[in-house]
Design a protein around this ligand. Structure first.
Ligand code: DC
Length: 235
């Protein structure tokens, strides 16, 4: 049975920073013939906009100015030749720039601004209207798609997560320090969990996957089987 020809579902993948949410979401979407949206990329694009427009200066964010300029921000995803979604900020490809540490340092604070969240959530809900979507983030199962048929909440040991993010940044040629990467992840988790507007938390009906000791492939297989059984039940 080809899942892309059956009635489609929404899949939410949430969890802490660098738990492999995007890797799982992308793999799952690929196997199901669904769209994959990395919602973190959208908050990263807003953060990059704020840096480029000098809305962030001397380590401080001018929140009122950012809120006023929100209508100037357009974020889109376009598929590259390998079917990977590439993030565009105001029609410019920013896929690499949004992963830089300067963006990572401010993205949690930017994503805690309610006006920013309202704009992003509205775009995300529109993208998921027709289902057939796997979206990863922090509030997908709780706020963006509260009725998602499958919700996965990923967890992994902090050192495992740091090593993965460190390797990823190194492989892209960034000169990073393990402890700095770890500190950034811990800070962001703390911030993401404690903000008042849609904080990171596990949805009551989410399935928890701890991937500290399993491979990406094993995790994908487990999630795919789970998704298939739900899809079959829905059809
Ligand atoms: O998934 P990521 O690390 O690229 O996300 C970057 C930041 O964006 C993260 O620190 C928290 C925020 N974020 C959020 O608040 N809500 C989402 N749905 C996705 C990301």
């Amino acid at each position: 049975m080809d899942p892309s020809e059956l009635k489609k579902i929404q899949i939410a993948v949430d969890g802490y920073s660098a738990c492999g949410k995007s890797t799982l979401a992308k793999g799952l979407a690929g196997r199901l013939g669904y769209i994959h949206i990395d919602s973190g990329a959208m908050y990263r694009a807003v953060t990059l906009f704020a840096i480029q427009e000098n809305i962030i200066a001397d380590g401080k964010i001018n929140k009122n100015l950012l809120i006023r300029k929100l209508p100037e921000i357009s974020i889109k995803f376009r598929l590259d030749n390998d079917n990977n979604p590439i993030t565009y900020l105001n029609e410019v490809n920013v896929e690499d720039k949004i992963r830089e540490i300067e963006v990572s340092d401010f993205v949690s604070e930017i994503s805690a601004i309610p006006e920013v969240r309202h704009k992003m959530v509205a775009i995300q809900q529109k993208m998921g209207e027709n289902k057939g979507i796997v979206m990863d983030g922090r509030d997908i199962g709780t706020v963006v798609f509260p009725d998602a048929e499958l919700k996965i909440f990923l967890i992994a040991d902090i050192n495992v997560r740091t090593q993965r993010r460190y390797n990823e940044l190194k492989s892209k040629g960034y000169d990073v320090d393990f402890e700095v990467v770890k500190e950034n992840l811990m800070q962001r988790d703390k911030f993401d969990m404690s903000r008042s507007e849609s904080p990171l938390r596990q949805a009551d009906d989410a399935m928890v996957f701890d991937n500290s000791d399993i491979t990406k492939e094993e995790q994908l297989e487990k999630a795919y089987k789970l998704a298939l059984s739900i899809i079959e039940n829905e059809n």
